[in-house]
Design a protein around this ligand. Structure first.
Ligand code: AMP
Ligand code: ZN
Length: 114
């Protein structure tokens, strides 16, 4: 989608700090980190949110979690633990309407979230 912020990042129109990419997903540092490790993992193809996953595109979730494991290991938080979370819609706190999973770690994360 031409006007989508994360599609612009995928296309290279907006710079980002890439930590991992493969054919299906791109992962980059969140611009406003809330933990020592805060990476966003997104599908390269535009999908608005979890609500738009279907039989045709659901495989990308496998690729996203595969990337999460690779990145957690690479950044040294695989053994200390981490969180992978995706916000959906208004009450979920989603501000960018391109599916993304936050990979958070490097400190003791609290539960429940605010
Ligand atoms: P959410 O609130 O779940 O939709 O998350 C959107 C995330 O995108 C927030 O954590 C923002 O800090 C992050 N963000 C927004 N713009 C950028 C950008 N240009 N580069 C990296 N992260 C961004
Ligand atoms: Zn997009």
């Amino acid at each position: 989608m031409a006007e989508c912020l994360f599609c612009k990042i995928v296309n290279g129109d907006i710079p980002c700090n890439i930590v991992y990419q493969d054919e299906n997903v791109l992962a980059f540092r969140d611009i406003n980190p809330v933990a020592p490790v805060h990476v966003l993992i997104i599908p390269k193809r535009h999908i608005q949110s979890v609500r738009d996953l279907n039989d045709e595109n659901i495989n990308v979730v496998t690729h996203i979690f595969n990337a999460a494991n690779i990145i957690a290991k690479e950044l040294g938080i695989d053994e200390t633990g981490f969180r992978v979370v995706t916000n959906i819609g208004e009450d979920g706190g989603q501000t960018v309407l391109h599916l993304h999973y936050h990979l958070l770690g490097g400190r003791n994360l609290q539960w429940p979230p605010g």
